[in-house]
Design a binder for this molecule. Structure first.
Ligand SMILES: *Cc1c(COP(=O)(O)O)cnc(C)c1O
Length: 410
């Protein structure tokens, strides 16, 4: 059993007395070629074509227990969706308080910018201060369950902290490779959580190379974005929560700060699963990807009509979560944007910093620059009429501004 995994249900949800249901995971399927993989052993990418794998479930079976009434009785956190998560054993589910974040009606901010129904899904309340806790909480739980003995990740920010936290909870050794110029808070967080941190003179891609060496030489499990099928499953719970918090409806527009795109792909997958289970209808929000002007491979590919993104040269932005020059799941992000009649938009780093101050002062949320980028995008899209003032818009504040306090320090 991982070192810390037991939820104290009586504290978190006095009403909840039942046992969490079992996963109805059936197989892993390649998102590109459809090749089917055994769900009960560890996988990274598709063994045939090297593209990302997606978890598939018996949704008919899930629908029998994951009803709206049953869900309402469960503790408000990510594991309430256990049927459609890949972890099978209840005692492998690590609980640090992941998920169950508030959806805040930002009425004052909404009035200010001319879009009263502006809502903020505040992911900064997750363990380690970002929504990376959803992805890595599920991924570490599942890889632990499947027998991984050492974990590794290349990361310039929040993913490394979240991996370190869940590895510590599981009692698994963790190896983190970060670019040497990573802000001090991110490095110290991992070190304090007991991970072995290596600072690499180079880019995130160079860190990825070091992880692959460790995989080859020491049998580490690589938890890079979308290079394994479990993180996306944790991130998709944002889609379930959003629907539940809106009374099983979805907003008109979702604005999402996109790096590797796990959350966007995950939510899009969640909407399809929920429809198949009869929890929602076929209406979908228009999905908006926000990136930084200093690293906007998805925006460029979207505007050019490409089905895959070309790597962005010389990527730079203060929003560490958005500094992803080449996303493994690019084709899935672009698919979701187009199917949803959505759009991709780049904003300047200076706008993110300014919008963080506006959001903070008008809502009480101190956002990460990535979260503030959503507000910058929303203001631009209101200005050019792509978003109408009467629409319901959900912004994702994906992390806390505290870890980036140096950006505003004067
Ligand atoms: C990682 C990260 C992102 C990007 O998330 P993806 O799902 O990989 O696109 C956005 N914001 C923050 C704060 C992050 O840490």
């Amino acid at each position: 059993m991982p070192r810390s995994c037991a939820p104290i249900d009586s504290v978190r949800a006095p009403l909840y007395t039942g046992r969490m249901s079992d996963s109805v995971l059936t197989h892993l399927e390649c998102a590109a070629c459809g090749h089917v993989h055994d769900p009960d052993r560890l996988w990274n990418l598709c063994e045939v074509c090297g593209k990302p794998l997606l978890a598939r479930y018996d949704l008919e079976k899930a629908a029998q227990t994951m009803t709206k009434t049953a869900l309402a009785q469960r503790p408000f956190g990510l594991w309430r969706y256990a049927e459609v998560l890949p972890v099978r054993a209840a005692n492998a589910r690590i609980h640090l308080g992941e998920g169950g974040t508030p959806l805040i009606a930002a009425a004052d901010l909404g009035e200010l910018i001319g879009c009263p129904a502006t809502l903020i899904k505040d992911e900064s309340l997750n363990p380690t201060g970002s929504f990376k806790a959803r992805g890595l909480g599920v991924a570490v739980s599942r890889t632990y369950e499947l027998g991984a003995t050492e974990l590794a990740i290349p990361s310039a920010g929040n993913a490394a902290g979240a991996m370190s936290a869940y590895a510590a909870a599981a009692g698994l050794p963790a190896h983190v490779f970060m670019p040497a110029d990573v802000p001090m808070t991110f490095r110290v967080e991992c070190q304090t959580l007991g991970a072995e941190v290596t600072l690499v003179d180079g880019l995130i891609t160079d860190c990825g190379v070091r992880v692959r060496e460790g995989v080859r030489d020491y049998g580490w499990f690589d938890l890079s974005t979308l290079k394994e099928p479990y993180r996306i499953e944790g991130k998709k719970t944002m889609g379930y929560e959003l629907a539940e918090q809106l009374g099983w409806t979805l907003p008109d527009v979702i604005i999402y700060p996109t790096g590797g795109g796990t959350g966007l792909i995950g939510m899009w997958k969640a909407f399809a699963e929920m429809e198949a289970m009869g929890l929602i209808g076929s209406t979908r929000p228009r999905m908006v990807s926000v990136q930084s002007e200093g690293c906007a491979p998805i925006v460029r590919a979207f505007q050019q009509g490409w089905s895959e993104a070309e790597a962005w040269a010389d990527a730079h932005t203060v929003a560490d979560g958005l500094r992803v020059p080449a996303a493994v799941g690019d084709f899935l992000i672009l698919d979701a944007l187009r199917q949803s009649q959505g759009i991709a938009i780049a904003v300047a780093d200076s706008d993110m910093l300014e919008c963080a101050e506006i959001m903070a002062a008008h809502t009480g949320i101190f956002p990460a620059p990535e979260g503030a980028a959503c507000l910058a995008a929303q203001m631009r899209l209101l200005e050019n009429g792509w978003i109408r003032p009467d629409e319901t818009v959900v912004l994702f504040n994906t992390g806390t501004g505290l870890k980036y306090a140096h950006l505003w320090a004067t």
